[in-house]
Write a protein that binds this ligand. Structure first.
Ligand code: AGP
Length: 610
């Protein structure tokens, strides 16, 4: 969601603040802004604009900023108040002494605003954020940090803040409660950012601020305090990402690049997690004895990660014979889930910052469950709140539509199912070896699918005019259908529904006519014939069928005019192979329709508010 950058040092801050902000564009935003302290007179100056960062840059051409070595910048994803210039960040108090950028939601802002108005403060925007600079000004008696501490003690909700003051031009303050914020350490310069890739070009020495911590940055040093005032010695991490991880490397879009990275992501997982045919699930945080005691699994996740979790359910129940429930985090947190100390809760999240998933995890912990997370981003909030973390190490995922993170999550769930089946004694050694062998083949199969992507592209382009899509799958590919529909609607804005094919006659068949396209997962399986029957029902109602089938299946051509073949693999692993055509269908349709593939409208990469 919103992105924050802050710089304090010796260099000109404005270009750094703008360029680093561009690296946060992937998070999703609708307006942007920058606020600095003028080196000439120590005054606060800010500019903001609706729309993309280029709109802000155009404004800066007409209304340039003064020379400056300290400031903050921000991309806003509107929550409170429309996406317009007034509501964009930064926000300042009316005396112009304190300037704030904010990510998150201040839940009690209305009460605070009312009381500040009664004290004579004047507000300009409809945002929750604007109360913060006013509160700081209200408490300011000459000590910047004290005023910030008093102000944040009044705030409820989740927030990351970057704050500067004209009274203290050599200080930048950062605050973290719930929303992610990191500090980057440089030589004679320091940074704050919502995410590591934004400042990788400048430093790899990172402090992941913890919840309820404040960092006070000058150009020479960074001091970190807990909210109770105690000074802490933060751990400094040396981040190993390569800068090219966050560049397109010749691909037209990050999404396309990330689709193509899937062979190497899965290969890396296999190489590091299966060593001499033994599973190496380092980080799992639970002994075999503890895993054996588990009598049920609950998976919590949102969006694409939820679909991966559904695949995980099939795999765990099939291999380990342990009952699994898969829950949307946003629903789970408001139910009274039945969880005991024999339950294992698996939280799946690419970002590890999804507010609903974090809340679900906290709810489950209260009920005594052990938390194992499957997460991509190192040091994320989720990883810190879990007993065990299985990192997918898929590398930064910049496209808002999740691709490589999804297949990495599924692959990790297969490994975990194998682990549980070994511990629970539900798998024979021959079967284990066979499945490991088949899993090891996946990267090569991925290369084959990607080599033949022109067929997928031409089918997608020919279908891009359809106003509505249905995605059908059965059994372990029911989640594939849901994911295919999600990908398409996210990036092309075409209404798309994912359904379990067996449900078609219970409603969705009413949608079928010559104006609908139906993507059917018809890979080789125990229920292949049933899928063929579904396809016939669609064709007899003149729906256009796009079938995803197993290479060598000639029969399918009698039923579908458009066939995308995926190489044969074990039925259990077909969600991995089917995922790529699903991603590419959505991609090519979105491109054909001229959509902003990497930054679809209204969406944020990590949903850090409820
Ligand atoms: C996927 O394409 C979406 N952008 C979205 O559904 C995403 O998977 C969801 O918001 C969960 O995010 P997380 O994995 O970071 O928790």
């Amino acid at each position: 969601m919103c992105g924050i950058i802050g710089y304090i040092g010796k260099k000109q801050a404005a270009p750094i603040l703008i360029e680093s902000l561009r690296k946060l564009e992937y998070r999703g935003y609708d307006s942007s802004g920058i606020g600095v302290i003028s080196s000439a007179d120590g005054k606060i100056v800010f500019r903001k604009n609706k729309g993309k960062i280029n709109a802000l840059c155009n404004l800066l051409k007409f209304s340039p900023l003064p020379k400056t070595t300290c400031g903050v910048s921000h991309t806003r994803w509107a929550t409170h108040g429309a996406p317009n210039r007034i509501n964009s960040h930064p926000h300042v108090d009316e005396s112009g002494q304190f300037l704030v950028v904010h990510n998150g939601i201040i839940e009690n802002y209305e009460v605070l605003k009312d009381s500040l108005i009664k004290k004579g403060h004047k507000f300009l925007s409809q945002t929750d954020t604007e109360v913060v600079p006013h509160l700081i000004q209200e408490y300011y008696k000459g000590d910047f940090l004290e005023a910030v501490k008093k102000a944040i003690s009044k705030l409820k909700g989740a927030f990351a803040l970057g704050i500067i003051s004209s009274n203290h031009p050599d200080v930048l303050i950062a605050v973290r409660v719930g929303s992610p914020l990191i500090v980057g350490l440089g030589k004679d310069e320091n940074f704050i950012a919502s995410d590591v890739p934004a400042i990788l070009e400048h430093t790899r020495r990172i402090i992941y601020l913890k919840d309820e911590q404040i960092a006070v940055l000058t150009k020479e040093r960074v001091d970190v305090f807990n909210f109770d005032g105690t000074k802490v010695k933060p751990q400094v991490h040396n981040v190993e990402f390569k800068v090219d991880c966050v560049e397109k490397q010749g691909f037209a879009h990050f999404m396309l690049k990330e689709v193509h990275e899937q062979p190497q992501v899965i290969q890396h997982m296999i190489n590091t997690r299966i060593v001499r045919n033994q599973l190496k699930l380092d980080g799992i945080g639970l002994s075999d004895k503890q895993l054996k005691r588990i009598n049920n699994v609950v998976i919590v996740a949102c969006g694409t990660a939820y679909h991966a979790g559904m695949v995980g359910r099939y795999a765990i129940e099939l291999l380990a014979n342990v009952p699994v429930a898969v829950e949307l985090s946003s629903e789970f947190r408001y139910r009274k889930p039945i969880i005991s100390n024999k339950s294992l809760v698996i939280a799946i999240s690419q970002s590890g910052e999804t507010a609903d998933t974090l809340a679900a995890v906290r709810e489950a912990k209260k009920r005594g469950a052990k938390i194992l997370s499957i997460c991509n981003v190192l040091g994320s909030s989720l990883s810190r709140e879990s007993e065990g973390v299985l990192y997918t190490h898929a590398g930064p995922e910049i496209g808002v539509a999740s691709t490589k993170a999804y297949t990495a999550q599924i692959c990790m769930l297969y490994l975990l199912s194998l682990k549980l089946s070994l511990v629970h004694g539900t798998i024979r050694s021959g079967e284990f070896k066979y499945l490991v062998k088949k899993l090891k083949e996946i990267p090569a199969l991925y290369h084959q699918i990607l080599k033949d992507k022109s067929n997928i592209a031409s089918i997608a382009k020919r279908s891009s005019h359809f106003g509505c899509f249905l995605f059908l799958g059965r059994n372990i590919n029911y989640p594939s259908a849901l994911e295919g529909a999600l990908k398409l609607k996210e990036i092309s804005y075409i209404p798309a529904e994912g359904y379990a094919a067996g449900e078609m006659k219970h409603g969705p068949i009413a949608l079928i006519d010559e104006y609908r396209a139906v993507v059917c997962v018809a890979t080789e399986s125990d229920i292949y014939d049933k899928m063929i029957s579904n396809i016939q029902e669609i064709r007899s109602r003149r729906g256009k069928v796009i079938a995803i089938a197993t290479a060598g299946d000639e029969q399918i051509k009698n039923h579908a005019a458009n066939v995308i073949y995926v190489p044969k693999t074990e039925q259990l692993f077909t969600p991995l192979t089917v995922a790529i055509p699903m991603q590419l269908i959505a991609y090519y349709i979105a491109v054909k329709r001229g959509c902003d593939v990497d930054q679809p409208r209204n969406l944020a990469k990590s949903v850090t508010v409820e």
